[in-house]
Design a protein around this ligand. Structure first.
Ligand code: NAD
Ligand code: IPM
Ligand code: MN
Length: 363
């Protein structure tokens, strides 16, 4: 009997539904051609959910996510919801999804395709052949620490508070993910924090070192301050293999890494929890309100996230390889969305990029 995987699709806001439309085309192609099936269900998140439920992520949708084998997310947010209360904003919906499913490990690979070397703002020799992996802690730190809030001090004065908190077990569990992945790559981990000014950073460094000594002494571990890491990513990104860092620094460093690859529209990610938990696959980019609804969005970050889903959640590594190779061939052929457009290439829409990929898959 053919196996059927259940995929929950949360297109979200802005360009989210546009890029997810291209993933749906690939799912349809798989259902026609592969020896397994993918059954999809759509759900609301972000502003789209707020408009419907007055909540950016409804409990009924959360339960449907839990019941699925994997979740694909487009993007959330946009100016339409700028005035909405903080805990009801579109972004709060995404944070709730990550937290409720305990998806503490966010894998953000940054890979430079040869065909896109000119799309990056960096010099070719700096980025050619780049293959690094940022492992971002995703359910802790200043994103979730208490106390938080804005307090009225009177007389027109207010105080905004967020709290950066990490415990040893949170640090070690993300550290284990990074060391394990490094063993399958080039066996090097760079741990980034601000141990020079933050207590949570000092603890992060001490716990990473202890974990390394106890369980992973075969892997090379180095430490770097996060601000230096931002600079080193631009100066010489190929010095890195795996970077492990906290929630906030990981958010910043992965956007910086995106530009090494040519565009934020190229960077995929996987958000993983315990082996038994449903995993979430999401591009690193946001809802791109400046280009939403114009057919200009690059769907490749979302399509590459779907390849990660096939590999990690559906155990279909061969098919994931096939999709990644098709992306490479489409880029080699000069097919480009505007964000990665270059001289002598052919500029196409979001939908035409998806079609070009399907055509390559058929080859
Ligand atoms: P953004 O990532 O949406 O856009 C930054 C820039 O990159 C824009 O110029 C945009 O046009 C471009 N860009 C992004 N994705 C692209 C793609 N696939 N193809 C081509 N160009 C692309 O970041 P922002 O403008 O800071 O944020 C907009 C909204 O998205 C905010 O509400 C923010 O909170 C939200 N956001 C959501 C996520 C997510 O859902 N995971 C991630 C980041 C930001
Ligand atoms: C990301 C985004 C999110 C984050 C926002 C939208 C909550 O920027 O996934 O990188 O800050 O984690
Ligand atoms: Mn981000």
């Amino acid at each position: 009997m053919t196996h059927t995987y259940k995929l929950m699709i949360l297109p979200g806001d802005g360009i989210g539904p546009e890029v997810m439309g291209e993933v749906k085309k690939i799912v349809a192609w798989i259902n026609e051609h592969a020896d397994f099936k993918i059954e999809t269900e759509d759900g609301l998140i972000g502003g789209a959910s707020y408009d419907e439920f007055e909540s950016p992520f409804d409990d009924s949708t959360l339960e449907r996510c839990r019941a699925a084998d994997a979740i694909m997310l487009g993007a959330v947010g946009g100016p339409k919801w700028d005035g909405v209360d903080y805990n009801l904003r579109p972004e709060a919906g995404l944070l709730k999804l990550r937290k409720e499913l305990d998806l503490f490990a966010n894998l953000r690979p940054a890979l430079v395709f040869d065909a896109l070397i000119d799309a990056s703002t960096l010099k070719p020799e700096v980025i050619r052949g780049l293959d690094i992996l940022i492992v971002r802690e995703l359910t802790g730190g200043v994103y979730f620490g208490e106390p938080r809030g804005i307090e009225d001090l009177g007389g027109g004065e207010r105080r905004g508070v967020n709290t950066q908190i990490y415990t040893t077990s949170e640090i070690k569990r993300i550290g284990r993910v990074a060391f394990d992945l490094a063993r399958k790559r080039n066996n090097r981990v760079m741990s980034c924090e601000k141990a020079n000014v933050m207590d949570s950073g000092k603890l992060w460094r001490e716990d990473m070192s202890a974990l390394h000594e106890d369980e992973f002494s075969d892997v090379q571990l180095d430490h770097m301050y996060a601000d230096n890491c931002a600079m080193q990513l631009l100066r010489d990104p190929k010095q890195f293999d795996v970077i492990v860092t906290d929630n906030l620094f990981g958010d910043l460093l992965s956007d910086a890494a995106a530009m090494l690859t040519g565009s934020l529209g190229m960077l995929p990610s996987a958000s993983l929890g315990a082996p038994s938990a449903t995993a979430l696959y999401e591009p690193v980019h946001g809802s791109a309100p400046d280009i939403a609804g114009q057919g200009k969005a690059n769907p490749l970050a979302t399509i590459l996230s779907f390849a990660m889903c096939l590999r990690y959640s559906f155990d279909q590594g061969d098919l994931a390889d096939k999709i990644e190779q098709a992306v490479q061939r489409v880029l080699n052929s000069g097919t480009r969305t505007p964000d990665i457009m270059a001289k002598d290439c052919r500029e196409v829409s979001t939908s035409a990029m998806g079609d070009a990929l399907i055509a390559e898959l058929k080859n």
